[in-house]
Design a protein around this ligand. Structure first.
Ligand code: ZN
Length: 358
């Protein structure tokens, strides 16, 4: 009895009965990439299968496949090239491409920026399915990929299922220099993370400037910016404590941010050439902003702590996502057209973003 005879083989048989193309590589680890339709084990996408399937799915009204070889090549690269991106970002960008990919021009009809269907969601029967067992993938960074420094600085190890605990220990140990280096880098970037004491004299950022906090006994609102100071009602700190105080700040930023961001969105949308939907300012966790399918834009209230030039960059970044859901070259070109110095602003956010906290 083996996993192969009891699990894999029966499953492959079932898939074959449902019309899948099955490639059965037996139970050993493959030594040749050819049988699994690739030229080497670094490739995780099957180029021939991809080209064939995507060409078939994209036809003009009279049934002509219109994608050129160069365009198929470009699409494959959009899916597979993710250097300098975190695993999460790469995942998001691939997922966005599955819903909407684009190429320059439909050379048969002349249509520009035509949408390419990578999956036919409306007619599932048009898609092709392959099942391959023992699908070996050799990733250059595979060791690092399972040791991850999370955004909160915690080191997480997610080993492949087939590794024994001893192998895992050994790998982690052998990678300890990389882990130390990455943690040092994380600390450098996050060292300025704010740790608050809610006492008079503390400073808080608003639109890139810092203002001192003053605890006041009486006022008509929980938090006000008055005469160059953040005046916070003392009762809030004494009563609800830190939590109440940070909520008052979050509410302040959200209330100020809503009209301000709506104005900036209205200003930049025509420059990007898109129509934006509703603007909301709220807590978005680790994200600065997000754009929704219908064109609605959400911004983190923390954006309001940043200088105006940075807020504008976040706005333009999201508006450009209404044209390109990914972070492809086409996307950055779009950002560049509106903000030629966007790189500087982007870098500011990467390095100084952690300071924008309460
Ligand atoms: Zn983005």
């Amino acid at each position: 009895m083996s996993e192969y005879t009891e699990v894999e083989r029966p499953f492959l048989d079932q898939l074959a009965q449902q019309g899948w193309t099955v490639i059965d590589q037996g139970s050993g680890i493959p030594q040749q990439a050819g049988p699994s339709l690739r030229s080497h084990f670094r490739e995780w996408l099957l180029p021939g299968v991809f080209d064939d399937a995507v060409r078939r799915l994209n036809r003009t009204n009279d049934g002509q496949p219109w994608l050129t070889d160069a365009q198929l090549d470009e699409l494959r690269q959009q899916l597979t090239r993710h250097s300098n991106r975190s695993l999460l970002e790469a995942n998001e960008s691939v997922q966005a491409l599955l819903f909407k990919a684009q190429v320059g021009t439909n050379e048969l009809t002349g249509e520009s920026d035509p949408v390419v269907r990578l999956i036919d969601f409306h007619h599932p029967e048009n898609n092709r399915f392959h099942a391959i067992n023992q699908f070996r993938v050799d990733t250059p960074g595979c060791v690092k990929a399972f040791i991850v420094i999370e955004r909160d600085g915690v080191v997480t190890v997610r080993p492949p299922a087939r590794m024994t605990p001893e192998q895992i220990d050994q790998t982690v140990l052998s990678k300890r220099m990389w882990i130390y280096r990455s943690l040092a880098e994380w600390r450098e970037l996050n060292g300025s993370r704010v740790n608050r004491e809610w006492v008079s004299g503390e400073t808080f950022m608003y639109l890139g400037s810092s203002y001192r906090l003053e605890l006041v006994a009486e006022q008509d609102e929980p938090l006000k910016l008055k005469d160059g100071r953040f005046c916070l009602l003392k009762g809030i700190v004494n009563g609800a404590g830190t939590d109440g105080a940070s909520k008052a700040f979050a509410a302040f930023y959200a209330a100020k941010g809503q009209p301000r961001l709506a104005r900036r969105v209205a200003y930049f949308a025509p420059k990007v050439g898109v129509a934006a939907g509703r603007v909301e300012v709220k807590d978005l966790g680790y994200r600065w902003a997000s754009c929704l399918k219908g064109g609605d834009l959400h911004f983190h209230w923390k954006c309001l702590m940043a200088p105006l030039t940075i807020i504008d960059y976040v706005v333009v970044h999201e508006l450009c996502h209404l044209r390109h859901r990914d972070h492809s070259n086409a996307f950055w070109n779009e950002v560049d057209k509106v903000l030629p110095d966007y790189q500087r602003r982007k870098e500011w956010l990467r390095v100084r973003g952690v300071e924008l906290d309460i």
